[in-house]
Write a protein that binds this ligand. Structure first.
Ligand SMILES: [Zn+2]
Length: 253
């Protein structure tokens, strides 16, 4: 199973809490990020009547490195139809943090989780369509309207994206469709295994655990306090006896 080589590019001003280098250091058996992550200035204003940028405006923004399988451009401006991802020509996609960053931060999730979700979904789409990303005008059916915490949730309501930013999955229907499209079992299993590592920060997971197991957490806290108290008393008693013996020996000498 060969890895997809992915080119990343930042177009315009990135969110302050987004670091594309974090994606490059993500350990994956299904994709590798090109070591060169370039940034580009966004030269134009929005062409749309509602301040949205059209696909055409991004068609000439960044060229794909021919040694990479596909290119992901990260932007912060509004895209056509207010979608958060648009497919362009020549195996390129543009993803925007517009509105998405507020939703993700509101749920105390890192933007990295959102970016990884996009990358894993793009890898599966690339393989599903015979090593190419279909352009926006091409009819596709890889996304589903129901929110299942799956990489291919449509998220017509953008708020629903949070369901697939903590231990996302590839649902049974999507797995079945991917297999029918000749995506290997090994790739699907690797993706499913790796996306389980896309999680909330540890502190939030601890809070969730305490909320779900309140009595057990209180019991463990009380037990820990008792054990610490007893241990401290034993150490203090030992130190006292040691000091007493040392002082006694010193005075006798
Ligand atoms: Zn699905």
């Amino acid at each position: 199973m060969s890895k997809c080589k992915v080119q990343l590019a930042i177009v315009g001003h990135p969110p302050p809490d987004f670091d594309a280098r974090e994606l490059a250091s993500w350990n994956s058996n299904v994709f590798e990020i090109s070591s060169v992550i370039e940034s580009f200035q966004l030269n134009e204003d929005a062409a749309g009547d509602d301040w949205e940028f059209s696909d055409v405006q991004f068609e000439n923004a960044v060229r794909r490195d021919p040694t990479c399988d596909f290119l992901v451009m990260f932007v912060t401006v509004k895209l056509e139809c207010n979608w958060y991802l648009r497919r362009l020509s020549d195996n390129r996609i543009v993803f925007t943090f517009y509105e998405m960053d507020h939703i993700v931060r509101h749920h105390r999730l890192p933007l990295k989780n959102l970016s990884l979700r996009v990358l894993y979904a793009a890898v599966l789409v690339f393989r599903r369509y015979g090593s190419r990303i279909p352009v926006a005008s091409e009819s596709t059916n890889y996304a589903h309207d129901e929110t299942r915490g799956c990489l291919f949730d449509m998220n017509a309501n953008k708020m629903d994206v949070v369901a697939s930013l903590h231990r996302p999955c590839v649902c049974e229907r999507c797995c079945s469709q991917l297999k029918e499209a000749k995506v290997s079992n090994e790739l699907i299993e690797s993706v499913k295994k790796e996306i389980r590592k896309v999680q909330k920060p540890l502190a939030d997971r601890i809070i969730d655990f305490v909320r779900a197991h309140t009595i057990f957490s209180i019991f463990v806290s009380v037990l820990s306090a008792l054990v610490l108290g007893i241990t401290a008393s034993l150490i203090a008693a030992w130190v006292y006896e040691f000091m007493k013996a040392t002082l006694s020996s010193f005075l006798q000498a």
